[in-house]
Write a protein that binds this ligand. Sequence first.
Ligand code: LMR
Length: 397
Amino acid sequence: LFHSVALAPRDPILGLNEAFAADTRPGKVNLGVGVYYDAEGRLPLMRAVREAERERLATPTAHGYLPIDGIAAYDAAVQQLLFGAEAAAVTERRVVTVQSLGGTGALKVGADFLHALDPSAKVAISTPSWANHRGIFENAGFEVIDYPYYDAASHAVDIDGLLAALDGFAPGTIVVLHACCHNPTGVDLDTAQWRQVVERMQARELVPFLDIAYQGFGDGIEPDAAAIRLFEASGLPMFVASSFSKSFSLYGERVGALSVVAASDDEARRVQSQLKRVVRTNYSNPPTYGAALVSHVLHTPALRAMWEDELGAMRERIRAMRRGLVARLAAHGATGDFGFIERQRGMFSYSGLDAAQVARLAEEFGIYAVSSGRICVAALNEGNLDTVAGAIAAVGR
Ligand code: LMR
């Protein structure tokens, strides 16, 4: 049966965890996967989450099935974070949200639903994009195409290239956009550029599919949702895949959501019924634990305030690490101006290192990064900053 099965390549991001785990050098550093570590290099258990766990444990509950679309209170909390409580789509009940297995699960449910709707539509992703975007949409049956996004020379968005590409797409093309903290570049559109994108997409009748996995890591919970709010105000039908893996440090609990904005309450109910079919035929219904914790925190004012404070501190620590990296690179005599690292947002920096230099970082220094040159700044700390800067300077010479 399996004689013709080919060996699949290692995942370009999660595969690095395997290589890192196999490395026996004590000073090794994992800058691969997008995970936030604290100043001591530990994966945080957030205080708000710990408190929610304690409060929930006080009244033990049996482990029943969730509804197919998840915990209703969780879905409502997601809508408020993404769109704002006052958004017309929310108050007019035109948004449907289904709890999903992380952001990846949300993308997959949306992709399956869209493919059933129009299998001939193309899906456009940014150059570069999160490595899994292409795989998810191709596996759902779509042809995936690219649009220009990052200009390496200026370390900025190639807005002219992006807008020209949108103008050339056929109506109905699904355009995957990173709502904030673009993965892998850390370079986002500004508000004026988002407005231009929304206008072009409206004119061309394109379908926005926003991916927001890092809300709160850019400028804050509200400002990071600005692009979603602009699209919502435009009245376009839209998709949003969101995740709490990073913002609640609940990676392994797979807590995400897919939200779809429709033209009417009635349309939304019909979309919801189809999303539930996709979920039911893939994995039946979602797991309880992580979403119950998130819902508990978001619906308990004191815990919500605690969470926002903690998230703010994480954001500030990443910014400090960006400043620290730029300063140490200069101190190590690294070739070139790395000031752009401070302007990038979210967990990642697109360092400009090529695949050969990234391979040297792993082989010679035990420092693991994505072969595209993406490094996870959120894994830096005072204990490893100097080693990392020295190694980057060395491979850049
Ligand atoms: C990443 O890009 O590192 C994260 O989104 C984790 C993942 O699933 O790839």
